[in-house]
Design a protein around this ligand. Structure first.
Ligand SMILES: *[C@@H]1O[C@H](CO)[C@@H](O)[C@H](O)[C@H]1NC(C)=O
Ligand SMILES: *[C@@H]1O[C@H](CO)[C@@H](O)[C@H](O)[C@H]1NC(C)=O
Ligand SMILES: *[C@@H]1O[C@H](CO)[C@@H](O)[C@H](O)[C@H]1NC(C)=O
Length: 304
């Protein structure tokens, strides 16, 4: 991941805060105008509200989406080496020198990512390969993008059952990057790409992004353990501001392979996001200090 991309991400989180702050201010003024208009019954103030309401709605609905799939655990029905499942979420979008996911030739090949938390999924961006010939890319057809709140692999009918469908397409998919917007935002944790062409074939894609708005509840990440009113006393490798712990978590995740981020402090009052590379195999608990209004998050290796 380039610095430019990292900056773009941070910028997204920042614009998101600004949007919410502006929306909050509008909400405040709308309330005041409404109260005043009720008290005074003046028509002029009511017409001001008519302008404020749609403006507020636009500001609230255009809040930035972000990719919740990057670096999350992924699996697939089989492996055509070395195109392992994680390559679908590794941030490599090079469609020419294809280095994505690739299964063996199967009747119902599939790939699935575990977001490690319940998210509100709005769109799925799929990048198809563009090497060799268009016909290779166009092997991808009769595919469904479906979403599950719990791990569907335990179900005996995994291959035939269908989760909440974000998108499906019978026609072959051309090379390129496509945004598939779910018919309604779908809350879920497991996002599956499954192909039922009716004959044996390979499933391969370059990259998938699962674009989410907010987590469905406060912070349902199982990927990191959270400790309230706690901070680690190490010197941070990087410090930045983040609008919420989830943005800070994302900043840590995108740096897992550069600074090997495994933990972070998030200070509620300032939004300070401090990233650490904590060795999870050594005992780090003696470096935790009681710090009011600070959350400490560390990668959870215990559950998978
Ligand atoms: C698959 O199994 C689940 C749980 O056992 C069941 O609820 C569902 O109806 C089944 N779906 C199909 C398509 O058979
Ligand atoms: C898909 O949507 C996201 C978020 O709205 C946007 O950033 C991205 O550029 C879009 N991708 C394409 C290929 O249009
Ligand atoms: C880690 O260190 C703390 C404090 O020194 C101690 O209480 C805890 O038992 C240790 N944990 C392990 C797994 O050794």
């Amino acid at each position: 991941m380039s610095d430019q991309e990292n900056r773009k991400r941070s910028y997204k989180c920042v614009t998101e805060i600004i949007r919410f702050k502006v929306a909050a201010v509008h909400l405040h003024f709308t309330k005041r105008f409404l109260l005043r208009s009720v008290v005074s019954g003046r028509k002029k103030t009511m017409s001001t509200c008519i302008i404020y309401f749609p403006l507020m709605a636009v500001l609230l609905t255009t809040s930035a989406l972000y990719n919740a799939a990057r670096f999350k655990p992924a699996t697939q029905s089989s492996v055509f080496e070395p195109c392992y499942a994680f390559k679908g979420v590794d941030g490599n979008y090079d469609v020419i020198n294809f280095d994505g996911i690739h299964t063996q030739s199967e009747l119902v090949p599939w790939w699935m990512v575990d977001l490690r938390g319940q998210y509100v999924i709005e769109k799925i961006q799929l990048t198809n390969r563009h090497d060799y010939s268009i016909d290779i890319a166009r092997r991808l057809r009769n595919f469904v993008l479906d979403i599950f709140p719990t791990d569907p692999r335990q179900l005996a009918n995994f291959s035939s059952m269908i989760g909440q469908v974000c998108y499906n397409q019978a026609a072959p998919l051309d090379p390129g990057t496509f945004n598939f917007t779910c018919p309604v935002p779908i809350v879920g944790r497991y996002v599956r790409l499954i192909m039922r062409a009716g004959y044996q074939n390979f499933l391969h894609i370059c990259e998938m992004e699962v674009l989410v708005s907010r987590p469905s509840s406060n912070l349902e990440e199982n990927y990191f353990i959270r400790q309230v009113d706690t901070a680690i006393s190490d010197a941070p490798i990087m410090t930045m501001t983040a609008s919420d712990p989830l943005c800070c978590l994302q900043e840590c995740l995108i740096r897992r392979y550069t600074i090997f981020c495994t933990a972070f402090n998030w200070v509620t009052s300032t939004g300070s996001c401090q990233l650490f590379s904590v060795n999870l195999f050594l005992n780090w608990t003696n470096r935790l200090v009681f710090t009011p209004e600070t959350y400490f998050f560390i990668q959870n290796n215990a559950t998978l």
